[in-house]
Structures are given as C-alpha cells and as structure tokens.
Design a protein around this ligand. Structure first.
Ligand SMILES: *[C@@H]1O[C@H](CO)[C@@H](O)[C@H](O)[C@H]1NC(C)=O
Length: 348
C-alpha cells in the first residue's frame, strides 16, 4: 500500500508540471518563476510598434542582464528597469482585443503592482488639449459598445442613460428627415473582477485610473516638453504640456470625423480618443491593479489643426514619450513601495 501511494505521488510530481501549464512550456514557466522571484514590477504597456521602438531605442529601459525577455502567446515581455523601478515592458498592438489580451497575459503571469500605459491619441477638445500635449485622463470609457435600435424606434431593454447618437441629426440640409440608421445607444461594459464571485459581472461605463498614480501624474505636469525639433525652426505653435484631463475614450475605430468627435465631447465630456486605453483600464480593474494612461496628442480626430502642428508632432512625440515616462518613473521610484498595498486592496 505504501509503495502504491508513493508511486502515485511520484507520478503526480512528474505529471503536474506538465499538466499545470497548458500551452506554456515548462521552460517558459520556469522563466516566469525566476522573473517573479525578483519581486514586483511595474507594467509599461505601449500601444504599438512605433512606441515600442521609442522605448527600446533611447536606452532608458535597461534590459535585465539575466533574463531579458520571455515570449507567451506571440507576445514578448521584456524585463528590465526604468529609473530604478523593476519594469516589464509589453506592446499591445492596436484595438481593444489586442490591448486586453496583452494586458491580461501580463497580469496573469507576472507580479505586477501597477500598469502604466503610453500611446498616441486624438484630442476632442482642441481648445484645451492641443497637438503635442500629453493627456492623462482620470476616467476612461469604452465608447464602442452600442445598442443599435431599429428604424422607427425600439422597445428593447438596453441602457438609454449614457448617450445616444441619432443619425438624422447629422443630415446635411433638411434636419427633420428621418434616417434608417436611426440611433445607437452607448452601453456599459460588463466587468468581471477578482473581487467578486466568478461569473458575476458588474455593468460599468467609466473606469477610473488609480487615484495615487493620478496624483503622482500631477507632479510631472511641469515636465518640459520640446516645442521645436532640435535647434530647428520646425516648432509646434504652442508650448506642449503634460495635462491631466477628466475623461478619455477608446473604441475599435479611428475617428476622423469632426461631428462625431464633437458628439463625444458634448455628450460625454471626452478629451482624448484612442483605440486601447479603456480596454487596458478594464483588464486592470478586473484584476484590481493600479492603472494610469498617458497619450500624446497627434491629431484632432477630423477637426482641422491650425498650422502644421500635425506634421511637427510626428518628429517630436518620441522625445515627449521619453520625457513623460522617465519623469513618471522617477516619481514612482521615489515612492517605490507605495503601490504594493494596491494588490487586493480597496483602491477603486
Ligand atoms: C438621446 O439623447 C438626447 C441628448 O442628446 C436626450 O435629450 C434624449 O432624451 C435621448 N433619448 C433617449 C431616448 O434617451
């Protein structure tokens, strides 16, 4: 009997590492273990290849000597250091599915105490958020979950309170003529949180970033961003600034339409628009991880930009990315342990 028990136990020992990691090979699992054994990390999640290149090219992300990368599900997680903060760098690729997938893999496999997100965006409020500014929203919404009602109106049960877009209001010419596209109603997401029971979702439209990170962001608002390209006369019209804003939105479509942009501004008070931030915010909320997004404004979502700012920013945003991320991580390094309580605590 004793022999059988120990043989069974041995069998379990042999089988368990193989069974427990599904598609993750034993080699990758061991790497993850070693990376996590070093402590907690900040996740630096960038939206695209251009942003990733910027981070890698400028040398302020210092790769770990021992174990610099691990690949999971065609995602590369780069382990390193930014301003003395242990950091795991990941790129999402565009759109909410990519953003959510990369972020979820990061948070599932690594010990992450907070996620800092960087990318580019459009401004829906050109008067107070200009091309060149870096927007840091306090709240983010996924503005792509719609209930599209039928022509003539709809009795269906859906949320009508958040905002609706009635297409006939945008007719050119006769405003009262009805339109077969009728109206769409913005709907909340359903969030599944580690704080709730599995399979019990909560409806949520606005996702709030971490209060402490948002407060820290205030301290970097005076970081000087370059206005001109090197010593040239190619300059943005106004001095660009890091600016905290109240609201940002993401959806799986690029907005190059002034009327729709103004709708988002008037109905939802949205300042910055992109295609990933809200998805990352939602994954972080589900995992109860601190989150902050920074987005360089490079266009006005279909509104005209006075002068040549839209072309100038193409040569400047990578310097701004450097300035903003480094400034933030400097602050994070000072209070490096302050977020450790976030995991599993009531931060939201
Ligand atoms: C649609 O939105 C407008 C505001 O633009 C509001 O006045 C109206 O009540 C909304 N319609 C419904 C059916 O909720």
């Amino acid at each position: 009997m004793a022999f059988h028990n120990s043989a069974f136990f041995l069998l379990l020992l042999i089988a368990f590492p193989l069974l427990s990691h599904a598609e993750i090979s034993e080699e990758v699992a061991q790497k993850i273990k070693r990376i996590n054994a070093k402590g907690e990390y900040y996740g630096l999640v960038v939206s695209g290849e251009a942003e990733l290149k910027v981070v890698l090219a400028q040398g302020w992300f210092r790769p770990d000597q021992d174990l610099p990368t691990v690949d999971i599900s065609a995602r590369r997680f780069r382990v390193g250091d930014v301003q003395g903060c242990r950091t795991i760098l990941a790129m999402t690729g565009s759109g909410s599915v990519n953003a959510a997938q990369a972020t979820q893999l990061l948070l599932t496999h690594f010990r992450v105490k907070g996620v800092i997100h960087y990318g580019r965006a459009a401004s829906a409020r050109p008067n107070d958020l200009s091309i060149g500014d870096i927007a840091i929203p306090r709240q983010l919404a996924h503005t792509g979950v719609w209930y599209w009602e039928k022509f003539g109106g709809d009795e269906g049960s859906f949320t009508r309170e958040i905002a609706n877009l009635t297409f006939s209001k945008y007719n050119v010419g006769e405003k009262r003529v009805n339109n077969k596209l009728q109206s769409v109603y913005f709907q909340p997401e359903t969030v599944y949180s580690v704080k709730a029971k599995p399979e019990v979702g909560t409806a949520k439209f606005w996702f709030r970033v971490d209060d402490k990170l948002f407060a820290t962001a205030r301290e970097i608002e005076d970081t000087l961003l370059d206005r001109c390209v090197g010593k040239s006369l190619i300059c943005l019209e106004q001095q660009p600034k890091i600016k905290r804003v109240e609201k940002g939105g993401s959806a799986n479509f690029y907005v190059n339409n002034e009327a729709y942009r103004d709708f988002l501004k008037t109905q939802l008070n949205i300042a910055s628009l992109d295609t990933e931030s809200a998805a990352i915010a939602m994954v972080c909320e589900g995992e109860r991880k601190a989150f902050l997004a920074m987005r360089s404004i490079t266009n006005y979502a279909g509104g005209s930009s006075a002068g040549n700012d839209a072309s100038v920013i193409q040569q400047l945003w990578y310097f701004h990315a450097h300035a903003a991320i480094v400034a933030l991580f400097k602050k994070l390094a000072v209070g490096d342990s302050y977020l450790e309580s976030v995991t599993g605590s009531e931060i939201w």
